[in-house]
Design a protein around this ligand. Structure first.
Ligand code: P6P
Length: 339
């Protein structure tokens, strides 16, 4: 039986691999872990605590009904970042504008965090897995000043760290700092995230495709060509593949990362720029998938090469096993769009 490695031990060991590291990022990653343990507690009780279930009644900046647990999670992460001292500002799916923290300690923080505190929150009331997604950057603005919008609008290639927390049958934290992907499972009996999925790699190909096929008639016809390819009988390529769509990005992404597969949410007339958000959904997951050997594009370019222009910018999103993403791209490139 191998020794348990806690997240904290792992982070400290990895920090030792970088002699120049001063510990700020290590502390920030630990702050994210602590906040996600607290959110786990609230998520696990969501069905019981009246003041959590049900819509907040307000509508968030995305035009979506805001679930109370969204607000709870958002506030929890913001408080952790503001108190931790490593972060000078944040951008959150749940907040119209970015936040520049005001304390002198926070203004000396070297990092900004873009995050979706609880993605897939419409699934809370039906007890389906949900997740937190986060992206960490070095600030551009001078240390000692307030964070700026420019700090938030950096391309994904500039990420220092990216990852997610999946509140599923167990709570898992999966992240990368650019040196591979590692997954940690929360052991509730000791309150520690323990290394359960070291050096995660996604299979070159897979047999799972994840799409809201309700959009198939209104998006680029290349997607229909690809789904029909997935559904064809061909034992030599393991087809037909299986359609698996939970409607919770982190859950769909995590399953496909482990088993091999592809998730795609194309632009549609209802969402002409895409549904998913570049900064705090697509970039961090693109960082993870590329570090695990997969690909992430918007249908025309790498997600992480896109220069953001606004905080809640939406993009089309294709992410998963390398060969499956390449095959979908081939379908898009070889299918004419009717004028
Ligand atoms: P649709 C949840 O709101 C989310 O952002 C992702 O988690 C999920 O994959 C997608 O939207 C679901 O969207 O249009 O299929 O309901």
């Amino acid at each position: 039986m191998s020794k348990l490695t806690t997240l904290n031990e792992f982070i400290m060991k990895k920090q030792a691999d970088f002699p120049g590291a001063s510990g700020e990022l290590s502390r920030l990653l630990n702050d994210i872990a602590v906040a996600s343990k607290i959110v786990t507690r609230d998520v696990r009780r969501a069905g019981l605590v009246d003041n959590i279930l049900g819509a907040q009644g307000e509508v968030n900046v995305q035009g979506e009904q805001q679930q109370k647990l969204d607000v709870v999670a958002d506030n929890q992460f913001i408080k952790m970042f503001e108190m931790g001292g490593e972060v000078c500002g944040i951008g959150s799916e749940e907040n119209d504008n970015y936040m520049a923290f005001k304390s002198e300690t926070s203004k000396n923080g070297k990092y900004v965090v873009l995050f979706d505190p609880l993605d897939g929150s419409s699934n809370i009331d039906v007890n389906v897995s949900i997740g937190t997604i986060f992206s960490i950057y070095h600030r551009i603005s001078p240390v000692g000043t307030e964070a700026t919008l420019e700090d938030m609008l950096q391309p994904g290639d500039k990420q220092v760290a990216g990852g997610y927390v999946l509140y599923g049958s167990s709570t898992m934290l999966v992240y990368t700092t650019g040196n591979g992907v590692n997954g940690f499972t929360l052991d509730p009996t000791i309150g520690e995230f323990c290394l359960s999925h070291p050096n995660m790699k996604t299979p070159e190909t897979g047999r799972i495709y994840s799409m809201n096929e309700g959009n198939i008639a209104v998006c680029h016809p290349g997607y229909r060509k690809y789904t029909e390819y997935c559904q064809e009988e061909d034992a030599s390529t393991g087809r037909p593949y299986s359609g698996r769509y939970i409607g919770s990005l982190v859950a769909d992404f995590h399953r496909n990362l482990i088993k091999g597969g592809i998730y795609f949410y194309p632009t549609t007339p209802a969402a002409p720029k895409g549904r998913l958000r570049l900064l705090y959904e697509c970039n961090p997951l693109a960082f993870v998938i590329e570090q695990a050997g997969g690909l992430a594009t918007d249908g025309t370019q790498r997600i992480m090469s896109i220069k953001p222009t606004e905080l809640h910018q939406r993009v089309g999103f294709i992410v998963g096993s390398k060969q499956m993403v390449e095959k979908l791209q081939e379908c898009l490139d070889t299918t004419a769009v009717e004028a």
